[in-house]
Ligand binder design. Structure first.
Ligand SMILES: NC(=O)c1ccc[n+]([C@@H]2O[C@H](COP(=O)([O-])OP(=O)(O)OC[C@H]3O[C@@H](n4cnc5c(N)ncnc54)[C@H](O)[C@@H]3O)[C@@H](O)[C@H]2O)c1
Ligand SMILES: O=C(O)C[C@H](O)C(=O)O
Length: 343
């Protein structure tokens, strides 16, 4: 027991000292005191790539920052409450900005039911980012991602600073879940299970391409149940939390993975690929300016958008259902900003 603890402490120290191998990076979390924000910030504190952590929330961020700042890694943590130039200061010089700010679902709600509350929260935070630090890589976690990401594009366009390479909807949780669920089914190591998931981030817009996984043989009712579980995995957590919110801990891991991948790519690492919801040519003709697929990341953000690859007729049906819903979700976000531009 003692030696295990020693090993853990040594690992933390080693990580802290290896920070010099990477460039210094500031990361900002907006909504940092929430269910996702807190564990996400903790994981970022453990990253040797992050040298400064800016934690902003409408309530509680200074306390969360004070707490996390005691973790024994070298990065500096600062908490920011609303007022004066605080939000702009939190955003200034950040390489990556993550936005988990917004309300989560309760049982019986769809992600789209969050639109009325979260659209304006995301619009205003995107507006602040467009003004204070338009070059930051902006990662949107707040739901409904299918609409909040287009909202950010419209806000950036109005500010004259839109760059499609730096706007990301975080869909990493869908592939995290997919690899875990398939590993449970097949009794394998989830780390070895890579499942491509494309489309958007809600219900039928989440399209797992099992034919491209290690188990293309999964078929019939087993396949249908697995696809449904991946598409509606978020509901499992919402129901289990019974009114207390949605996925926070698995989402923190997924958000951390996305941020870390962006920093690795910024540091010049080649072949960094993440699934993410970005402005994409793949289904533009069908009304979907945004689409999640595997994206190769580079120092400037999006380097190359991968196509969806070969799919079977069952998956073609899933894509058709996805595109029909997704186009509406995207249009809803665009219309919201037209009618309610940021002030
Ligand atoms: N993309 C995904 O895969 C994914 C996964 C899980 C949850 N989510 C979404 O993430 C969002 C947050 O979930 P949560 O469980 O952390 O919720 P939460 O309620 O626990 O935390 C949200 C935080 O945002 C803060 N906040 C609200 N308005 C703000 C503003 N204007 N500026 C700054 N902070 C503000 C709140 O004070 C709170 O601390 C939800 O919309 C949820 O649906 C997305
Ligand atoms: O399900 C939710 O509402 C939260 C999140 O989008 C998830 O996939 O867990």
């Amino acid at each position: 027991m003692f030696s295990v603890r020693r090993a853990a402490v040594n690992l933390t120290q080693k990580r802290a000292f290896s920070a010099s191998a990477s460039n210094p990076y500031k990361v900002a979390v907006l909504g940092a005191a929430g269910g996702i924000g807190q564990p996400l910030s903790l994981l970022l504190k453990l990253s040797p790539k992050v040298t400064e952590l800016a934690l902003y929330d409408v309530r509680g961020a200074p306390g969360v920052a004070a707490d996390i700042s005691h973790v024994n890694t070298n990065s500096v943590v600062k908490g920011y409450a609303p007022g004066d130039s605080n939000l702009a200061d939190a955003l200034k010089d950040a390489e990556v900005v993550l936005i988990p700010a917004g309300v989560p679902r309760k049982p019986g709600m769809s992600r789209d039911d969050l639109f009325n509350t979260n659209a304006s929260i995301v619009r205003d935070l995107a507006h602040a980012t467009a003004k204070a630090n338009p070059k930051a890589k902006l990662c949107i976690i707040a739901n409904p991602v299918n609409s909040t990401v287009p909202i950010c594009r419209e806000v950036y366009k109005l500010a004259g600073v839109y760059n499609p390479k730096t706007l990301f909807g975080v869909t990493t949780l869908d592939v995290v879940r997919a690899s875990r669920f398939i590993s449970e089914l097949k009794s394998t190591d989830p780390a070895a299970e890579k499942v491509t998931v494309v489309g958007g981030h809600s219900g039928v817009t989440i399209v797992p391409l099992l034919s491209q996984s290690n188990h293309p043989d999964i078929s019939g009712e087993v396949r249908d149940a697995l696809v449904k579980r991946i598409q509606f995995g978020g509901d499992e957590v919402v129901q289990a939390k019974d009114g207390a919110g949605s996925a926070t801990l698995s989402m923190a891991l997924a958000g951390y993975r996305m941020a870390e991948s962006l920093l690795r790519a910024k540091d010049g690492e080649k072949g960094v690929i993440e699934p993410t919801f970005v402005e994409s040519p793949l289904f533009k003709e069908q009304g979907c300016d945004f689409f999640a697929s595997n994206v190769e990341l580079g120092p400037d953000g999006v380097e190359k958008i991968h196509g969806i690859g070969e799919i079977n007729s069952y998956e073609k049906g899933l894509i058709d259902a996805c595109v029909a819903d997704l186009a509406k979700n995207i249009a809803k976000g665009v219309k919201f900003v037209e009618a309610n531009p940021p002030k």
